[in-house]
Design a protein. Structure first.
Length: 125
């Protein structure tokens, strides 16, 4: 087995134990870290690394069960609404398809919110 992988698994296991101990203690993060003798930024770093590892593992398992290869990019197709009658009061619509998800929105939807929505859809977890 790869020594880097073993070291990484050991660190994650150790960090997970510390996170569990903090939760079981009932103390706040600040109080627990002060008592344990390390800065709370270290605690949050470990917590973030554990979450990232969990997301990676979940993504791998889901892809293995589906027989898929992990994708980093997804094609986003924009469809234009067929031309409407000149006096129609209906706002033009957009249809977005990404990763099997279909979204219909009208053209008045704020672009910044659309960008946030697409970013959320592209997150692995």
């Amino acid at each position: 087995m790869n020594t880097r992988l073993i070291a990484s698994e050991y660190r994650l296991s150790h960090w997970a134990q510390i996170i569990r101990e903090r939760k079981e203690s009932g103390l706040t993060v600040t109080a627990f870290c002060e008592k344990a003798g390390f800065h709370e930024n270290i605690y949050y770093y470990w917590q973030r690394k554990l979450r990232e590892a969990a997301c990676e593992e979940l993504s791998k398992k889901q892809n293995e069960s589906r027989g898929l290869v992990t994708q980093r990019f997804t094609e986003v197709k924009l469809y234009e609404q067929p031309e409407q009658k000149p006096f129609s009061k209906i706002a033009p619509q957009m249809r977005i398809e990404a990763a099997g998800i279909h979204i219909n929105i009208d053209s008045s939807y704020p672009v910044d919110k659309l960008v946030l929505l697409i970013r959320e859809l592209m997150r692995p977890c």
